[in-house]
Design a binder for this molecule. Structure first.
Ligand code: GLC
Length: 497
């Protein structure tokens, strides 16, 4: 009903859940807590009926240490699975590689008593890295992909892809050999399952992300990580230059590719792609308490981050929908769900969806859920839930539905070119989106004060303009389009010929 046309499911495979499912112990099944393969087939069929595609996470870089492959591999150096993982007699190899889970892992090597060697892991020590130099691993992952795509899945979000291959004296990230493997994987999918998609998770700078699109023959889509924290920076500073700057430093991508943009997801709000100084500032502003921080990020949800201020929530969402790329919404953010910073790791932003004011927020009839539903005063399920949102025509849910519908109605917003237009006001962002038949000027005031912005658009002076949210015509016929914007106000101005 919201208008979502693709679901991305985080890992639903059997797993000991040491990393909430990103530690897979069987790639060919569904975790019994979630249901069965038949349930999953039914989900795909029901989604198709509603024109909703489904992609799932495919964790390629590592498995769970409880996966039978690893259990087999550690048994002996002669084990046929030994070479499926990355081993060393010492832990002083690959010392130029950074640690990602800084809060918990002192090293990327862990000694395994049974194996009598160290194994390599870029994430938790319960997630040994697979050895992608081994052709058997490549073949196995093609079989895994075949299994799921045969069921009618529409593609994968390929998890943690920069780290597939290791080479001494490198950072072991974004290596050319890794790109080769990914391209080969894409070619295989195109050939056997045309129309399916690979979305890459590479938390990198735009110039390091660009190679993941290659010549349009590697990933069709990649997350644009660096713009995300800058949107939060901009709304706190009341100034938009950081957003413009990172987008202008983003290289063009092939015509058959697209960015995926987002405000929040299931992980911490990552601050990997900002400077040390910016990170400190973001932590001070958005994570004043220690337990709100995790690794290089902030483990909070969108509504609490934005002071549950409807104006800021709308502003950032409109900007997200005005930037190039396909916006991804995190479940629950459309009703303004909160977080639980008392839960371990990133679980605080992974609490049950709040459907209604009922036990477990209506998420489950089980006596107890994996994580408790949020029940605090501001964000608890008694108040913040889907049922209430649907009963209130002014709710954030209805507003989000409207936003999605408008983006679908106006191809300039989804497929159009984009350029930043000078506004003479550092608090106001102006993005011009253009496609063959329409032009839309998106204006957004990031400041908590009213602002006047003058936008030099002489070629559109004579055009009639209508603001799409209010449907109010905009009378201005000046060469320098002059607009007054209330605090955090936004506009989408459609230029009529
Ligand atoms: C990705 C996932 C994250 C997970 C990590 C290791 O970054 O988004 O949740 O912990 O990969 O698999």
């Amino acid at each position: 009903e919201l208008g979502v046309d693709c679901l991305w499911l985080s890992p639903m495979y059997p797993s000991p859940l040491r990393d909430d499912g990103y530690d897979i112990s069987d790639y060919y099944n569904i975790h019994p807590d979630y249901g069965t393969l038949d349930d999953f087939k039914k989900l795909i069929a029901e989604a198709k009926k509603r024109d909703i595609r489904i992609i799932t996470d495919l964790v390629m870089n590592h498995t769970s240490d409880l996966h039978p492959w690893f259990q087999e591999a550690r048994k002996s150096k002669d084990s046929p699975k030994r070479d499926w993982y990355v081993w060393s007699d010492t832990d002083d190899l690959y010392t130029e590689t950074r640690i990602i889970f800084l809060d918990t892992e002192p090293s990327n090597w862990t000694y395994d008593e049974v194996a009598g060697q160290y194994f390599w892991h870029r994430f938790y020590r319960t997630q040994p890295d697979l050895n992608w130099d081994n052709p058997e691993v490549i073949e196995e992952f093609k079989n895994i992909a075949r299994f799921w795509l045969d069921l009618g899945l529409d593609g994968f979000r390929a998890d943690a892809v920069p780290y597939l291959i290791e080479r001494d004296h490198t950072s072991n990230e974004n290596l050319p050999e890794t790109h080769e493997i990914l391209k080969d994987f894409r070619a295989f999918m195109d050939e056997e399952f045309p129309g399916t998609i690979l979305l890459g998770e590479a938390n990198m700078w735009p110039w390091d992300l660009r190679p993941y699109f290659a010549d349009g023959d590697e990933f069709q889509m990649c997350f644009h990580f660096p713009v995300m924290p800058r949107l939060f920076m901009a709304v706190k500073k009341g100034e938009v230059s950081d957003v413009i700057d990172i987008m202008e430093r983003t290289p063009d991508i092939p015509a058959n590719c697209q960015w995926c943009t987002f405000l929040r997801n299931h992980d911490e709000l990552t601050l990997e792609m900002v400077t040390e100084e910016e990170r400190q500032w973001m932590w001070e502003q958005y994570a004043p308490e220690d337990r709100m921080r995790l690794n290089l990020g902030i483990r909070r949800r969108m509504a609490p981050l934005l002071d549950n201020d409807r104006r800021k929530l709308e502003l950032l969402n409109v900007v997200l929908f005005s930037l190039p790329g396909s916006p991804i919404l995190y479940y629950g953010d459309e009703i303004g769900m909160g977080d639980n910073i008392w839960l371990f790791d990133r679980n605080g932003v992974r609490t049950p969806m709040q459907w209604k004011n009922a036990p477990n927020a209506g998420f489950s009839e089980a006596e107890e859920t994996y994580a408790p539903a949020i029940d605090d005063d501001a964000f608890g399920y008694a108040r913040v839930n889907v049922e209430n949102a649907l009963a209130d025509e002014h709710s954030l849910w209805y507003w989000t539905k409207h936003l999605i519908a408008m983006r679908k109605e106006h191809p300039a917003l989804s497929r159009g070119s984009y350029e930043f237009v000078q506004t003479d006001n550092p608090a106001v962002l102006a993005i011009l989106r253009k496609c063959e038949n329409e032009t839309i000027l998106a204006l957004a005031n990031f400041s908590n004060k009213a602002q006047v912005a003058r936008v030099a658009l002489p070629e559109y002076a004579a055009h009639e303009k209508v603001e799409l949210f209010s449907q109010i015509p905009h009378g201005c016929k000046d060469e320098t389009h002059r607009t007054l914007l209330e605090p955090y106000e936004y506009q989408w101005l459609l230029m009529r010929d």
